[in-house]
Design a protein around this ligand. Structure first.
Ligand SMILES: Cc1ncc(COP(=O)(O)O)c(C=O)c1O
Length: 446
């Protein structure tokens, strides 16, 4: 037997090494679970997309311009002066007690009644996703998720080698009958379903909200099949009419793990989120959190806590909502005005995203470099599916650019789509179907 040459994968090496040139000298050292970790193929493109001349409808960055920076800086200075020795010290893995009490008040707005002991503060809800997957998923276990789903969640599931089975959504969110069918099918194949991962409100990337009448049905289906529900709700307070919906957790505290975040309602850079879990799970979460970070940053938690205690945080969320609403109106108006016939899109009542479907024959991933050349960027649909679907979809984020830039971006996008459709009319489908899996997001694409 001859030794493998430098460009051949070594026997027993993780599957992802096959076909790769062996330029990374550590390639045969990585754990096999890294096979699912693929960097976003469009990351390089995003370096170009973030140039000022490009209108980026790709990123999910919150628009922080409305934050009261002057009073925040005073508060931060006071925090250091008055409480610095606590704020700059290690804390508990569980999170700062006063903040956990305040989080209960925040969640009460969506009907949740919780005990602060059942909350674990995390470094953003992304850490919550990582911990929950780590606690529940062995390689090969199945996570059911809406199709499309949040790219960061798909990245966590891939990192723990969980398999994602997507279930359909319509304008009213996840379709309960498809959930029931999917669970029955997966179980009949001898596979274990560990949890349903769902984003009920102002979905990322689909922009739709789960109808209230469907919520009880989904909880009933999961309870009947013994499937845990992981409810991810970073956008729930960003309904454009100030509307809120009853959290799934509010009616089924024993079977729902709830993920919350201050990223979209205060400041994403502080990286403060939380998990509210059934009491028994909470214990394990604290251990998982401890092994990940020892404790979440005390300083950031106390900044959030002071902010909640001293600012009109509900008034601030209202300002954010008005900002996003103006941008949502701009994008929907521009899509209506400019997009060619054959395109369709969702109409969000809150949150950051519109999900667009383009005519047959166009592949949004293949089209992206041409869009960037035309100085507009979007997130192509395949990154939001674990199974290669989404090639006719794209996510447009309206959260960050000004309304004028949004309108200009959509006008440019429409031009690119028109030329693409000309090609399709002339040559048929011009692109091979792209197949890709979950990609790890950069903050700009989350
Ligand atoms: C659905 C969803 N879950 C989780 C996150 C991660 O949020 P955080 O900043 O709290 O980690 C995001 C961020 O965009 C998101 O859209």
């Amino acid at each position: 037997m001859t030794a493998p040459g430098p460009l051949e994968p070594r026997p027993g090496a993780p599957a992802h090494q096959a076909g790769h040139s062996n330029l990374d000298p550590h390639l045969d050292r990585y754990a096999s679970r890294t096979a699912g970790m693929t960097a976003s193929e469009i990351r390089a493109l995003f370096a170009v997309a973030s140039r000022p001349e490009v209108v980026s409808l790709a990123g999910g960055m919150p628009n922080l311009a409305a934050l009261p920076l002057d009073s925040l800086s005073t508060q931060v200075a006071e925090l250091v002066a008055e409480d610095g020795l606590v704020a700059l010290q290690y804390g508990s893995a569980h999170g700062v007690p006063v903040l956990r009490e305040q989080i209960c008040e925040v969640m009460a707005l969506e009907g949740i009644s919780a005990h602060p002991d059942d909350i674990v503060v995390t470094v953003g809800s992304q850490m919550g996703l990582d911990m929950v997957t780590r606690l529940f998923c062995d390689p090969g276990d199945v996570v059911i998720a809406e199709g499309p789903s949040y790219v960061g969640a798909l990245g966590s599931f891939a990192a723990y080698q969980a398999q994602v089975v997507h279930v359909a959504m319509d304008d009213d969110g996840l379709v309960p009958a498809t959930l029931d069918e999917a669970i029955i099918r997966v179980k009949s194949e001898g596979r274990r379903v560990k949890f349903l991962y769902t984003i009920p409100n102002f979905h990322n990337p689909a922009g739709v909200t789960l109808a209230v009448r469907r919520r009880a049905e989904i909880l009933e289906i999961c309870a009947r099949h013994g499937v845990l529900v992981v409810e991810d709700n970073p956008y729930g307070l960003l309904g454009f009419d100030g509307q809120t919906y009853p959290a799934l957790r509010s009616t089924d505290p024993d079977n729902v793990v709830y993920l919350g975040s201050f990223s979209k309602t205060f400041a994403s850079g502080l990286r403060v989120g939380w998990v509210l879990a059934p009491h028994a799970v909470r214990e394990k979460l604290v251990l998982a959190a401890e092994s990940a970070t020892l404790c979440p940053p005390t300083f950031n938690q106390l900044v959030v806590s002071r902010y909640l205690a001293t600012h009109d945080w509900k008034g601030q969320i209202k300002k954010f909502r008005e900002n996003y609403r103006e941008r949502r109106d701009a994008i929907l108006g521009a899509l209506e005005q400019h997009l060619p016939p054959g395109c369709s899109w969702t109409r969000p009542d809150g949150g950051f995203y519109v999900w667009v479907t383009v005519p047959e024959g166009i592949d949004t991933k293949a089209m992206l470099p041409r869009a960037v050349t035309a100085r507009v960027a979007y997130a192509s649909g395949t990154g939001f599916y674990a199974d290669g679907l989404g090639s006719r979809q794209m996510r447009l984020s309206y959260c960050y650019p000004t309304p004028e830039r949004i309108r200009e971006g959509v006008r440019r996008l429409a031009g690119v789509l028109e030329s693409e459709m000309d090609l399709v009319r002339t040559f048929g489908s011009v692109h091979p179907r792209a197949v890709s899996g979950p990609q790890f997001p950069s903050p700009d694409t989350a």
